[in-house]
Design a protein around this ligand. Sequence first.
Ligand code: BTN
Length: 267
Amino acid sequence: MTKSLTPLNIQKIQQLTHCGHIHYFDCVDSTNSYLLENGCCGDICISDSQHAGRGRRGNQWISPASGNLYFSLDWCFDNISEYWSLLGLIVGIACCEALAEIGLKKHGIKWPNDIYWNRKKLGGILLETRDQSGELVIGIGLNISLPISAKANINQAATSLEEAMKASQSDKIFSNNIREALIISLIKRLYYHLNHFKQFSFSQFSKSWEIWDILQNEWVSFEHQNNKITGRVAGIDKQGQLGIVDANGQLTFFSTADIRLKKWVDK
Ligand code: BTN
C-alpha cells in the first residue's frame, strides 16, 4: 500500500526562507524543464513526482510520488566567474549541509556531485543553462522514501533518507514533514553559497569540499580513452577536475567529460 503524501506548506517555506516564487505541482514532466521553459531568476519549482525526470548524461531520474524531493532553482549570475565549473560541487556541499541540519550523519559527495550514504546514492544534481546569459537552473533530486518497486528500476545502488536515518539511529526522528524541513534548510544553504559566489575563495571552498568528499584517498578505477586507469584520489583543482595518483605516483587531473567513475577499488 502506498503511503499518502502530506502536501507541502508552501507559504511556510516562503515565510521562513524569503525565497522567490515557488511553482508547486503534484506532477510535472521535470522541475528543471519547467523552469527552463517558464522560470524567471529566483523562481523555484517543486513537484511531488515527475513523469520525465532527467538525470546527468541523458539518464532518466526515477521520480515516484513517494515523498522524495524534486527541486529546481532558477539562478541568475551578474557575470560568468572563472570558478563557474565549481558550481555543481558547491551545490553538492549545500545539499550535504542541509541534510546534516535535519539530522543525517555520515553522508557525503561522490565527485562530481552525487550525494551518497553508505556507498549508495541518495541524490543527484543536474545543472542546466538556458543560454549563455549566466542563468542557471539547479536541479536537485533527493530520495527521501524509496519504495522497493522504484529501487528495482534504478540501475545503481540507491538509498533513501528514511533508510539512512533509521539505520544510523539519528537522534532526529524520520517523520512525515521531514521533506519540508529539508527544503527549508536546502533553500537557506543554497542562498548562502550562491550569494557568496561573487566573493568566492578557493581555499575556503577546499576546506568545505574536504569535509564532504567521500573519495579522498580512496582507490578508484575508470576508463579513459580506452585505457583502464586505477589510482588513488588526491583532491580537485580550480576547475573542479579530479586528481588521481596512479601506480607510478603520477598525478593527473581528469574532468567529468573525460571519465566516468564506476566503482571504488578495495585495496
Ligand atoms: C543525476 O543524474 O544524478 C542528477 C539527477 C537530478 C534529478 C533532479 S530531480 C529535480 C530536477 N528535475 C529533473 O528532471 N532532474 C533534476
